[in-house]
Design a protein around this ligand. Structure first.
Ligand code: SAM
Ligand code: SF4
Length: 324
């Protein structure tokens, strides 16, 4: 399946819930979001049917996300079933890590070998201030356990100026001493983040270069996404940057997003979506569903419009529903 700019769409981010057990200030905030009733979210059976159709259209890699995917009962058996769909080569998970350690063995049995864990600070108090909960020990413990169990671990850190950017060097040293990739994500202007200032990649790289000598870009691809990786001779792990704001990687974007309410979105920054739940529950056959998916892929814009402050879709887009 190709979009109208010739990009081969092979990657789906699948949000299985809008619920979460943390309250990150730039995502849900302490007040949380208005949770939709469970019946408004697609069931695992409905999602599995869609995943079959996505794979027939050329989707090969699926990232399970949320809200927090691990708070949804039955998610790991669902992942195991999706992993066995013909044509799906890769199913990975993005989690805040709070419940991760408990599920590690089950995830390994389900065929998951790579996890993305969000961790915005290595300092317990800063972590609590940013995530709204005192769960640092559990998240940190889960990361260590995942490394011990040979998962490929990527840590995602969103930097907010004045809140956690003093910890950039600590993250760099953590990546030097542990077999993990620490990925710095530029804050995107979604939902109600206007109170926070992003920290651009150039600035982060400069700070890290002062504590890690000989950092050079890694040429082999390290994943499915737009992250640019760096390594140095004395590092066990890697550093990476997802520079959604300071550089545009849209030319190589091959993804679609299915949000927790069953809406298929062609781009994070776009207000366009197709309501697959309405089609599924309205009795659409597989042919009609596949056509709706193809049509949505064709709606993918050439590039994101994060810079357009008048774009109402950005304000109305909650990352907790789309899943990052
Ligand atoms: N709860 C899981 C987690 O935190 O990993 C999965 C969902 S979360 C929405 C996915 C990713 O989106 C997290 O790494 C989070 O830090 C990131 N995120 C949320 N809001 C963001 C924003 N406004 N800009 C950049 N990244 C954001
Ligand atoms: Fe929850 Fe993830 Fe959003 Fe934090 S970023 S509030 S962990 S969904």
């Amino acid at each position: 399946m190709k979009d109208s700019f010739g990009r081969e769409i092979d990657y789906l981010r699948l949000s299985v819930t809008d619920r979460c057990n943390l309250r990150c200030v730039y995502c849900m905030g302490e007040e949380g979001v208005e949770w939709k009733p469970h019946c408004e979210m697609l069931s695992f059976e409905e999602l599995e049917r869609l995943c079959f159709l996505f794979s027939e259209l050329g989707i090969k890699k699926i990232k399970i996300t949320g809200g927090e995917p691990l708070v949804k009962k039955g998610v790991v058996p669902f992942i195991a079933r999706v992993r066995h769909i013909p044509g799906i080569t890769d199913v990975t998970l993005t989690t805040n890590g709070v419940l991760l350690e408990y599920y590690l063995d089950e995830l390994a049995e389900a065929g998951v070998s790579s996890v993305n864990v969000s961790l915005d600070s290595l300092d317990r108090r800063t972590f609590q201030r940013l995530s709204g909960r005192d769960e640092f020990d559990r998240v940190y413990g889960a990361i260590q356990a995942a490394v011990r169990k040979n998962f490929r671990v990527k840590i995602n850190a969103v930097l907010l100026r004045g809140l956690n950017d003093a910890g950039i060097e600590d993250f760099a040293l953590f990546a030097r001493d542990n077999e993990v990739s620490v990925r710095f994500i530029e804050l995107m202007p979604l939902g109600t983040v206007s109170a926070y200032e992003m920290v651009p990649t150039g600035e982060v790289l400069e700070k890290i270069s002062r504590v890690i000598k000989g950092l050079t870009p890694v040429s082999e691809p390290q994943g499915n996404g737009p992250a640019v990786y760096y390594a140095a001779p004395d590092m066990k792990g890697k550093i990476a940057f997802i520079s959604a704001m300071s550089s545009c990687f849209c030319a190589t974007c091959t993804r679609l997003r299915l949000d927790s309410l069953g809406r298929l979105k062609p781009c994070l920054s776009s207000g366009l979506s197709r309501d697959l739940k309405a089609l599924v529950r309205g009795g659409a056959d597989n042919g009609a569903l596949k056509e709706a998916i193809r049509e949505t892929a064709r709606l993918k814009p050439h590039a994101h419009i994060f810079a357009d402050r008048t774009n109402a879709a950005l304000r109305d887009t909650a990352m907790s529903k789309i899943g990052g």
